[in-house]
Design a protein around this ligand. Sequence first.
Ligand SMILES: NC(=O)c1ccc[n+]([C@@H]2O[C@H](COP(=O)([O-])OP(=O)(O)OC[C@H]3O[C@@H](n4cnc5c(N)ncnc54)[C@H](OP(=O)(O)O)[C@@H]3O)[C@@H](O)[C@H]2O)c1
Length: 255
Amino acid sequence: MAEITTERKLAWITGASSGIGRAVALKLADRGWQVAVSARSVEKLAALAADRPGLIHAYPLDITDGEALKVAVQDIERSIGTIDLALFSAGGYVRDTARRFDAQEMAKLFNLNVVGTGHALEAVMAPMIARGRGHIAVVASVAGYIGLPGGGVYGATKSALITLCEALRPQLEREGVVLQIINPGFVDTPMTRTNDFPMPFLIKEDEAADAIIKGLESKRFEIVFPWKMKVAMKLLAAMPYGLSLAVTRRMLRKE
Ligand SMILES: NC(=O)c1ccc[n+]([C@@H]2O[C@H](COP(=O)([O-])OP(=O)(O)OC[C@H]3O[C@@H](n4cnc5c(N)ncnc54)[C@H](OP(=O)(O)O)[C@@H]3O)[C@@H](O)[C@H]2O)c1
């Protein structure tokens, strides 16, 4: 993998029009990286590129369109250079409830968070394997460790990504490609700003980006932060169901 502090490396970030992806894009550019940024919002990406002229380059796309991701990788590699680091942060959230459960909404979120990330993985894995080097990081969540009331569908998409990456890591390692999973706790971004429930250990986008960059340099499989959320969620997930369900029952809210 490329050292994060080395100049003239190229990163490609999905979900870079806001939140965590945008914060990492800015920090990498400030370290001298070339950064290709993707999301659907053309204007937000253009504004981000204009913030760091010559360093950040906009490649608008929808990650549910597999062909668009392949074309973007070809365009980026042709016009800027080889992608050293691919960071997949694009994703969405829906709150679900047992009383108004909607399988169509579930399918949509799986198509975005899981299949969309699958398209992105497919687009970069083949060229990286062919080169025998590369670095990929997938943003999942600590919500993927255990089901929490209201976050069942979202958590299930993130569990799927964690499982997928666990399975791919040794295979990619053999090919010279580093794969990491990023599991943030609550981060103050447009995604969480409308939440009307308590978000313990909430951190700022900037802190999340610093933790991600530090984790990318470590090459350890899992990048998880903040540490208090990590401990709380890992403990909860390790408990016998009698105990963990007693805890999650206390998270139930009036519907
Ligand atoms: N914030 C948290 O507390 C938290 C915690 C754990 C994990 N995460 C994960 O972190 C990642 C980033 O979330 P965030 O908090 O930074 O939220 P955010 O600010 O809402 O960012 C989501 C990003 O994904 C992009 N996106 C959404 N649908 C897309 C699509 N179909 N195609 C391409 N891009 C798409 C959005 O851009 P456009 O709308 O312009 O397409 C945006 O850039 C997500 O995977 C989220 O699940 C967040």
